[in-house]
Design a protein around this ligand. Structure first.
Ligand SMILES: CC(=O)N[C@H]1[C@@H](OP(=O)(O)OP(=O)(O)OC[C@H]2O[C@@H](n3ccc(=O)[nH]c3=O)[C@H](O)[C@@H]2O)O[C@H](CO)[C@@H](O)[C@@H]1O
Ligand SMILES: C=C(OP(=O)(O)O)C(=O)O
Length: 416
């Protein structure tokens, strides 16, 4: 088992380049199966989730060629409509196979997906969408089976703007007969990137980025080349790495529009954030003001930045409050941060963070962003921090230790 060893208190300086977005790359890789010829994807991050999804589609018959951050997918020989259950359990995004294969072949089957253990993660809204499009849906002993002779456009209202449900329904509807309207749709940038990709392939989609998406089904989709958008959560994590060490780091390859909620909070905290066409420069002193944060669907403050923000809020002048509204079990990093000396109290969906010095300790990444928060805390702690169970971190960050070392952090990956 690998772990990270971090020696804290080095102010970070220099430049870090952010890679392509995990949560945009995954649905786009899955949706490539809809093309009638080859697809080329650039800026695909080299992550465990990507490797597992590629293995799933290869096992279904796709030919996949990976060369660094480029992937070529030839979906013409895809014959299976079922995703390998062992692999599908390793990531959340395996459930996009449902929408894709339902649209392509009228049948799809997979086990309930994996992903971070951050709360109850039902897929009822995905299934409601498939049913509305005319599919027969069976969920039995954790295995989902969806089938339809024909998919027909429908009006679908989502009770919550779910990212995954919006994506799955948008993909299925892109090949349905007639028009589909998704109301209360999620507005995340990753959904916009997927819609742009599908549109170049031949889909007819309007309204992405708003809460009403309209899709006119088409019969054919062709192979295209597409570059994945930069990862806004990876960018935010490195922005916090600079701030938490009172550093001065230029984070390159950031669409600043996508990190506005974090930039706004950083301004409130007294951190200097200079926005540039190529990225953001984050420069901080040791005197940070406390702030309150509430996670919300985009364009609100992202839940995927909550744990990293909590690490930063341990280093302010007064008590801060975080309210987590998206996932009911996303405070698992709190006990680990406490091992490092943090003073945090949880009350239901709220966490009260009192400022104080952090000191190095042995901690465990309980999920992907929890792991990122512990690395950040380690950078600000006195002494040595060991972060274990880093396979969670590797689901979402490509070479995080190398990137942080490049700006002066003392962090090494070692095998236990
Ligand atoms: C692979 C990927 O892109 N993962 C992201 C995606 O997860 P994911 O797509 O799973 O998250 P959703 O937006 O679907 O979930 C948000 C909320 O909706 C609820 N819900 C969801 C679906 C459903 O059918 N029924 C239901 O009740 C969930 O329990 C949760 O409370 O968006 C989350 C919210 O920004 C992020 O934290 C994840 O990093
Ligand atoms: C929760 C996350 O991922 P997943 O939905 O893949 O578990 C995340 O990226 O923070």
């Amino acid at each position: 088992m690998d772990k990270y060893i971090i020696q804290g208190l080095n102010p970070l300086e220099g430049e870090i380049k952010v890679g392509g977005s995990k949560n945009a790359a995954l649905p786009i890789i899955a949706a490539s199966l809809l093309a009638d010829s080859g697809v080329v994807l650039e800026d695909i991050p080299r992550l465990r989730d990507v490797t597992n999804l590629c293995s799933i589609i290869e096992e279904m018959g796709a030919k996949v060629k990976r060369d660094r951050n480029r992937i070529e997918i030839d979906p013409t020989a895809v014959s299976k409509t079922e995703a390998d259950h062992e692999l599908a359990r390793k990531l959340r995004a395996s459930y996009y196979i449902l929408g894709v294969m339902l649209a392509k072949s009228g049948h799809a089957r997979t086990t309930l997906p994996g992903g971070c253990n951050i709360g109850n993660r039902p897929i009822d809204l995905h299934l409601k969408g498939f049913r509305a499009l005319g599919a027969e849906v069976n969920l039995d002993h954790g295995v989902v089976d969806v089938k339809a002779d024909n998919l027909t456009g429908a009006e679908i209202y989502l009770d919550y703007p779910s990212v995954g449900a919006t994506i799955n329904i948008m993909i299925a509807a892109s090949r349905a007969e007639g028009k589909t309207v998704i109301e209360n749709a999620a507005r995340e940038p990753e959904i916009v990137d997927l819609a742009n990709f599908l549109t170049v392939m031949g889909a007819k989609i309007k309204g992405v980025g708003t809460d009403i998406i309209k899709i006119e089904g088409v019969d054919e989709m062709h192979g295209v080349e597409h570059r994945i958008i930069p990862d806004r959560i990876e960018a935010g994590t490195y922005m916090i790495a600079s701030a938490i060490t009172a550093g001065d780091v230029f984070v390159r390859n950031v669409l600043t529009e996508h990190v506005k909620p974090l930039i706004a909070k950083m301004h409130e905290m007294g951190i200097t954030v200079e926005e540039d066409i190529a990225g953001v420069r984050v420069k901080a002193s040791k005197n940070l003001k406390s702030v309150d944060v509430k996670t919300l669907p985009y364009p609100g403050f992202p839940t995927d930045m909550q744990s990293q923000m909590m690490a930063l809020l341990t280093q302010t002048d007064e008590t801060s409050l975080i309210i987590e509204t998206v996932w009911e079990n996303r405070f698992m990093h709190v006990d680990e941060l406490k091992r490092m000396g943090a003073d945090i109290k949880i009350d239901g969906h709220s966490a009260l963070i009192k400022p104080g010095r952090l000191s190095g300790a042995e901690v465990r990444a309980t999920d992907l962003r929890a792991g990122a928060a512990l690395i950040l805390a380690g950078l600000a702690a006195e002494g040595q921090t060991e972060v274990k169970d880093i396979y969670h971190v590797e689901r979402g960050y490509e070479n995080i230790e190398k990137r942080l070392r490049g700006v002066g952090a003392s962090i090494n990956k070692v095998s236990e």
